[in-house]
Design a protein around this ligand. Structure first.
Ligand code: COA
Length: 166
């Protein structure tokens, strides 16, 4: 598997389709703010010739926010590879940490991120109910039949990365 930036029109079209399918479009609402995924940096994962995942992130003022991450085949290492690549990009840009928001129903993502060293740093109670006023396509009920209400903020401080040792 390899990770790289989208280059061709087909890469960009695949990414837009993924956002529509997974997030209802390229607009994300978080803590009352509207974000456009197509204005941010993205990384794609390929398994041979096939696109199998994408991560979109935003670096500003020495901080990196992971806006979305998806693996089209789950449990095969795509998410881990993409997350490591985003952390490398953030480190290279001089960021001290990566932060992200996930929803209160996303138990799989909570497990995934915490096993990768992310810690819960805030709970934004009712933030998804607020976001739904701006983006009515946000469902009322999420994964595992859990009512969608709150945003969970996680963050991971970045170290120096892998240092070769003798
Ligand atoms: C979260 C996500 C990106 C993880 O990517 P992935 O390619 O499936 O993850 P990996 O194969 O690298 O596996 C990482 C770990 O997660 C576990 N895992 C992956 N999918 C899982 C699932 N559905 N349920 C339970 N565990 C899962 C793997 O077993 C592995 O466990 P380990 O830490 O013990 O090795 C992917 O499941 C996904 O696209 N989810 C839907 C979109 C989403 O919720 N994104 C996050 C939004 S904030």
């Amino acid at each position: 598997m390899v990770v790289g930036v989208p280059v061709t029109e087909a890469d960009h079209a695949w990414l837009r389709e993924l956002w529509v399918k997974e997030w209802g479009g390229e607009i994300m609402v978080s803590r009352g703010r509207v974000y456009h995924l197509d204005e941010m940096q993205s990384l794609l994962a390929w398994d041979g010739e096939t696109l199998v995942g994408a991560a979109t992130y935003h670096i500003a003022d020495g901080s990196c926010e992971l806006m979305s991450i998806n693996a089209t085949v789950e449990g095969k290492g795509v998410g881990s590879l993409l997350l490591a690549a985003v952390e490398d990009a953030a480190r290279a840009a001089g960021c001290g940490r990566v932060m992200l928001i996930t929803s209160n129903d996303n138990l799989d993502a909570l497990r995934f991120y915490q096993r990768k060293g992310y810690r819960l740093v805030a709970v934004h109670a009712g933030a998804i109910d607020e976001a739904r006023r701006i983006k009515p396509s946000i469902p009322l009920v999420g994964n595992y039949g859990i009512p969608l209400h709150d945003e969970l903020e996680l963050a991971k401080p970045l170290g120096q990365g892998v240092v070769a040792s003798r």
